[in-house]
Design a protein. Structure first.
Length: 94
């Protein structure tokens, strides 16, 4: 329903050269996807992964897809995962 939020967090290891990017398809106005926010690892181990988090906020009824792409270093084929979000109308209870 409009106003509800989903937090999407993925492991991110910047030492590999891969980068995450998010895009929206479908009814784009149904949701808002924040810019991915990186959090460094909580350990001092070299090469340990951190996380990237996106906040997905429902705005209007409709169906949208959030496409998360892993871009390899130097370009190449993307590895894309998709999350389908369906925003429902608010119920009218009497």
């Amino acid at each position: 329903m409009p106003g509800e939020k989903i937090e999407l967090t993925l492991e991110t290891n910047r030492t590999t050269g891969y980068q995450w990017s998010a895009s929206t398809t479908g009814k784009k106005k149904a949701i808002r996807v924040s810019k991915g926010e990186y959090a460094p690892p909580t350990t001092v181990l070299v090469g340990a992964p951190g996380t990237t988090t996106w906040m997905i906020t429902a705005r209007k009824p409709g169906k949208a897809k959030v496409n998360i792409a892993a871009t390899p270093p130097g370009g190449g084929d993307l590895d894309i995962s998709t999350l389908t979000v369906i925003v429902m109308k608010e119920s009218c209870e009497d």
